[in-house]
Design a protein around this ligand. Structure first.
Ligand code: ZN
Length: 107
């Protein structure tokens, strides 16, 4: 799944629940949305295109967070895409295993 999809979904979860649901729970949902989306069969962008689009989306989200004076928008977006970043960087082997398990597998 593209990083943009993860960022938009995670941010939408935070935005929809803001003021109605506790922020830590919304951020947890934003993070967990990554695995739900990745379990759906999908095509992948090239790595370069995915990073370029995701980086630009996070840049715009940072501006949005500054304008709205609410950095949880950016936090939600980053949390939504962290498993993919970890897949590349290999920081957490446990998260990598969970991500690989939840990601759909081409037949
Ligand atoms: Zn992923």
């Amino acid at each position: 799944m593209s990083g943009l999809t993860h960022i938009v979904t995670a941010t939408a979860i935070y935005s929809a629940g803001k003021g109605k649901i506790k922020t830590p729970f919304l951020l947890l949902l934003a993070f967990l949305s990554h695995f739900a989306l990745d379990s759906v069969p999908h095509y992948e962008f090239s790595l370069f295109l995915n990073y370029a689009v995701s980086g630009f989306a996070l840049f715009l989200l940072a501006i949005w967070s500054i304008v709205r004076q609410d950095f949880f928008y950016l936090a939600a977006g980053v949390l939504g895409v962290i498993p993919d970043a970890n897949w590349i960087l290999g920081i957490s082997p446990l998260l990598m295993k969970i991500h690989s398990f939840m990601h759909f597998h081409k037949l």
